[in-house]
Design a protein around this ligand. Structure first.
Ligand code: COA
Length: 329
């Protein structure tokens, strides 16, 4: 059976920075509250007219260049996103056209767990012999769905994209993946309207149902309960122990969630990567953005064991255990 390994990494953040001070002038909040409760100091905003596929295309081209490949070498393109440019065509198709890839292209929608789900699809296709080179992208312009009059959500989210090139090979890069979903808890974190269940209308706009709604405390409790379980399940499947994880890269949702997960796993905080202070929660983009930061910071080496942790609306969760096979860039 061919194995899946990561051969290229790239990411992209839009230029515009929205600081906590900027938010202080928009809603009743403070830099002190946001930093203490979340760890976030600033986040990026997609430029007017810049869409999720634009962010995805930038990250994808960087990942391909890192792998020494051209867009025509890709035989499957998977985009994880919850802020697609349009309901259809898929953001994957639009991204493929923007970068000049001519291959099957599909979106995966599992909210902030989308990247781990997309990596799972890529790994399955490679291990089944159905693809050799897969471009896996996590991209979100979630601030387009944020209500900037709602202080409980607008301080959290930012925009960005990250991508992996995943290729077939003899070396096993993706060691194990554990995925889960609990659809009975969909109302904990949702965008209620503008899908087929509640199409856009004046009433929707008046009630602001086109924006993200969240029960923050429920999401917090869910994440710190389910993630340690998922990490342990994937470790058991791969025969590794928690001490053998060199880097845990959790979805960057809240620094307190990251710290609690580390404590519950008995992992030193310095082995749990965080760039949340400067990115905020970039949803599907957060894991590949974080991995690219680790990689370009020369913190990943052949043999490094990296755990990628996603969780979010659905409710969904996922954990991918990866052995790094690339030289530091
Ligand atoms: N600025 C100032 N005060 C705020 C605020 C803000 N931006 N947002 C909420 N508050 C207020 C609340 O109104 C509440 O006031 P009250 O006590 O007078 O009622 C108080 O702060 C505490 O609110 P609470 O919701 O209990 O805070 P918290 O400690 O749970 O932190 C979150 C809120 C959202 C930061 C936290 O629950 C969280 O991060 N949850 C996970 C969310 C997440 O990660 N979502 C995405 C997952 S993919």
């Amino acid at each position: 059976m061919p194995h899946a390994r990561i051969t290229g990494v790239g990411s992209y953040l839009p230029d515009a920075i929205l600081t906590n001070a900027d938010l202080e002038s928009m809603v009743d909040t403070s830099d002190e509250w946001i930093v203490t409760r979340t760890g976030i100091r600033e986040r990026r905003l997609a430029a007017p007219g810049e869409t999720t596929s634009d962010l995805a295309a930038h990250a994808a081209l960087r990942a391909l260049a890192d792998a020494g490949l051209e867009p025509r070498d890709v035989d499957l393109l998977v985009v994880g996103t919850s802020s697609p440019d349009k309901i259809f065509p898929s953001t994957a198709c639009i991204t493929a056209a923007k970068i000049g890839a001519a291959c099957p292209a599909v979106d995966v929608m599992a909210a902030c767990t989308s990247f781990v789900y997309a990596l799972h699809h890529a790994t399955c296709a490679i291990e089944a012999g159905r693809a050799r080179t897969v471009l896996v992208i996590g991209a979100d312009a979630l601030t387009r769905h944020v209500d900037f009059t709602d202080r409980t959500t607008c301080v959290l989210f930012g925009d960005g994209a990250g991508a992996f090139v995943v290729q077939a090979g003899d070396e096993q890069g993706v060691l194990a993946i554990d995925l889960g979903a609990d659809g009975t808890r969909g109302d904990v974190l949702e965008i209620p309207a503008c899908g087929a269940a509640m199409p856009a209308s004046e009433e929707v706009l008046a009630k602001r149902f086109q924006f993200i709604r969240m029960n923050g405390q429920e999401v917090f409790k869910f994440a710190v309960r389910v993630i340690p379980q998922s990490v342990k399940a994937a470790l058991a499947a791969s025969g590794l122990a928690v001490e053998q994880i060199d880097w845990l890269v959790p979805h960057q949702a809240n620094q307190r969630i990251l710290d609690t997960i580390a404590d519950r796993l008995g992992l030193p905080h310095e082995r749990v990567f965080s760039n949340i202070a400067t990115t905020g929660n970039t949803s599907a983009a957060s894991i590949p953005l974080a991995v690219d930061a680790l990689y370009t910071g020369r913190n990943l080496h052949p043999g490094s064991v990296v755990g990628l942790v996603g969780f979010g609306a659905g409710l969904t969760w996922g954990y991918a255990l990866v052995r790094w096979t690339k030289e530091a860039r």
